[in-house]
Ligand binder design. Structure first.
Ligand code: AMP
Ligand code: MN
Ligand code: MN
Ligand code: MN
Length: 277
């Protein structure tokens, strides 16, 4: 039925599938197009595109950036950009360096709090990919500081934990411009995951639209039908495109399946057709 998925993670960030495994799985799931949208990195795209081409799946360049608006963090997807764009690559280098600084600071904070983890083990947990709190969680579980990811986040990694350090936030306008200058489209990811009510979501979208936002991720694993419908109405009202994806993370989010989300996700291929117009 021509399904697609425009929000997925590989082991180049906090997913567990390699780009090759992800695309091979997309073939099994009968998807006709997939965007790989790792956090703050485009390193997996070349492998993804190569495998997708061999399998006859349309491959979409993607990335998921953490952005700041009024000192709160939101996620912005970049889709369909030219990954050779030097401006984009330079921006990602800066974001990755900021991440590394923050992660190293967090490790020393953990050690001060008698949780003996080290940066080298964190690096091996991430297997060379972007290190996120998901990898901290994995390492804490491995070293018996937590039983599962819920406990590791509740105890150590959530915003209110004393071992949590906020990442420096990337200016939203700059993020949108960087994506557009690379020929891509900027999409506000999962608008219902920021603890905002409908009015606040609309206000956020108005703000981002003024900065040049291109679209909203209206179709998403955890969206209720009413939420999807509301976001589609907002898209129409503010002349924004819509996107859709599962936010697949492999075994790191085992309940979310590629293309299917929690079971009834359906991103039709028309979404991509319109995004390209
Ligand atoms: P970071 O970008 O380093 O702040 O880490 C964010 C990542 O941590 C997200 O992409 C998720 O994979 C993971 N994460 C954040 N909050 C939770 C949570 N409550 N439970 C499980 N994983 C989470
Ligand atoms: Mn993630
Ligand atoms: Mn996200
Ligand atoms: Mn994501």
């Amino acid at each position: 039925m021509n399904k697609i998925d425009l929000h997925t993670h590989s082991n180049f960030s906090d997913g567990t599938f390699s780009p090759k495994e992800l695309l091979e799985y997309a073939k099994v799931k009968d998807l006709i197009a997939v965007a790989l949208t790792d956090h703050d990195t485009i390193e997996g795209l070349e492998e993804g595109e190569y495998i997708a081409n061999n399998l006859g799946i349309e491959f979409i360049n993607g990335v998921e950036l953490s952005i700041g608006v009024d000192s709160k963090e939101y996620h912005m997807l970049g889709l369909m950009f030219n990954r050779k764009c030097v401006g984009l690559q330079k921006t990602l280098d800066i974001l990755q360096a900021q991440r590394k600084d923050r992660n190293m600071e967090m490790v020393s904070l953990f050690r001060k709090n008698n949780v003996n983890i080290n940066y080298e083990d964190l690096e091996s947990t991430a297997k060379g990919g972007i290190i996120t709190r998901a990898h901290f969680s994995e390492l804490l579980i491995k070293n018996n500081y937590a039983k599962n990811s819920k406990e590791s986040f509740d105890k150590y990694l959530s915003i209110n934990s004393k071992t949590y350090i906020k990442r420096s936030m990337f200016d939203a306008k700059l993020a949108i411009e960087t994506i557009h200058n690379a020929g891509g489209i900027s999409i506000l990811a999962h608008p219902y995951r920021y603890n905002l009510n409908s009015t606040e979501i609309e206000e956020l979208i108005i703000k981002l639209k003024k900065m040049g936002l291109g679209g909203i991720e209206a179709i998403y694993s955890s969206h209720k039908p009413s939420e999807e419908a509301f976001l589609k109405r907002l898209a129409k009202k503010y002349n924004l495109k819509i996107s859709g994806g599962s936010d697949f993370h492999g075994l790191n989010k085992p309940d979310i399946d590629l293309g299917d989300g929690f079971g009834n996700l359906n991103v039709p291929s028309d979404v991509l057709k319109i995004l390209k117009e």
